[in-house]
Design a protein around this ligand. Structure first.
Ligand code: ADP
Ligand code: MG
Length: 337
């Protein structure tokens, strides 16, 4: 982007790095090494696929970093810094100022500085790439392959709000579809959409990465991940990696009071298959329940037990009385489905 590119970086992405870190402005950033393994994760956000063109820029800046912090949280890692790649069809300083403000506010809360990036003119639609770096002692990282039979299955926070908000913003379309396309309307007549959207939208646009909880669960949880593609699909990754199965109480999955008012099929679909959640799902032995609850108190995040890991493979869903219920129509979000 020639001159405009350097002016853009200087105006929006050149806050000084913390002492000891060489940040934006040189050919490489220099991040002092810390003991332990480096935890690295990257996420792409594409306009029209991961966010709407009219999204609040501050929310977009927040979420671009939040989804990466959530990956560190899932591993129990401590944030160290991140780099930002931007492909922009045009330079819009109002958009960039809002984006930077939302991003830096979250970065500051997690002492996770922006240390570099790359900026280029793109084609249609904004593309955002964040790569994050953290540290964790290798033996303490929360991985997907550590679940064992009889472990409790836990989730943090509430599930389903982001899915409902997305359906409302799409005019009722299925969030499980590969693109932001129109579809059937699942909302019963009588639902006040604006009230429901007001109650659920924050979860979609301002997800709170559970960094403190992930760290507090080191040495307690056997396995963990963050729920980005829907509980059932993501839990399936833990089961596959660990060579175990699970039994989940579909009605025991925590939902907000707004989602709780919806009819059971839609409520279950949102809670079990809805993506974009960024809560943690983890397993821990029943003997460590009080330690799990203590970790939740330390982190200030509620946690709920939703089922058990089983030696028998497969994922069984039961209702509140323990009767089996049919698998849901959508397993979760798949960009290529
Ligand atoms: P180079 O040509 O060596 O790749 P650039 O001209 O692309 O360097 O970038 C100049 C400096 O600005 C580098 O330190 C780079 O890390 C930083 N930078 C570029 N784009 C961004 C961005 N979107 N966010 C943060 N830092 C950026
Ligand atoms: Mg460059």
């Amino acid at each position: 982007m020639a001159d405009g590119e350097f002016d853009l970086i200087r105006r929006h992405f050149s806050r000084p790095a913390p002492p000891g870190v060489l940040g934006v402005g040189d050919d490489c950033a220099l991040l002092p090494t810390r003991p332990g393994a480096m935890a690295i994760s990257t996420d792409l956000l594409v306009e029209g696929r991961h966010f709407f063109s009219d999204v609040d820029p501050a929310a977009l800046g927040h979420k671009s970093l939040a989804v990466n912090l959530s990956d560190l949280a899932a591993m129990g890692a401590e944030p160290a810094g991140f780099v930002l790649g931007l492909a922009l069809p045009r330079i819009d300083h109002d958009f960039l100022a809002g984006f930077a403000q939302g991003m830096y506010a979250l970065a500051d809360r997690h002492a996770c500085p922006l240390i570099g990036g790359d900026t280029t003119r793109g084609q249609e639609g904004i593309v955002i790439s964040v790569t994050i770096f953290g540290t964790v002692a290798p033996g303490e990282a929360l991985r997907r392959d550590g679940a064992r039979p009889d472990d409790d299955i836990w989730v943090s926070g509430c599930l389903g709000d982001a899915d409902i908000a997305l359906r409302l913003l799409l005019g009722g379309a299925s969030a499980g579809a590969g693109t932001l396309a129109q579809g059937d309307d699942p909302f019963p007549p009588g639902v006040d959409r604006s009230v429901l959207l007001a109650a659920t939208r924050r979860a979609l646009e301002w997800p709170e990465p559970r960094v403190a909880l992930g760290q507090a669960l080191r040495g307690v949880a056997h396995a963990a991940l963050d729920i980005s593609d829907g509980l059932l699909q993501d839990l399936g990754h833990v089961l596959a990696a660990s060579g175990v199965g699970a039994c989940v109480d579909a009605d025991g999955v925590p939902v907000s009071s707004a989602v709780a008012t919806l009819p059971a099929p839609l409520r279950r679909l949102a809670a079990l298959s809805g993506g974009d959640v960024y809560e943690l799902c983890f397993t821990a032995p029943p003997g460590l329940r009080s330690q799990v609850l203590a970790a939740a108190v330390t982190a200030g995040v509620p946690v709920t037990r939703i089922g058990q890991i089983t030696a028998a493979p497969g994922l069984r869903l039961v209702d509140a009385s323990g009767d089996p219920i049919d698998p849901l129509p959508h397993g979760g979000y798949d960009h290529f489905a």
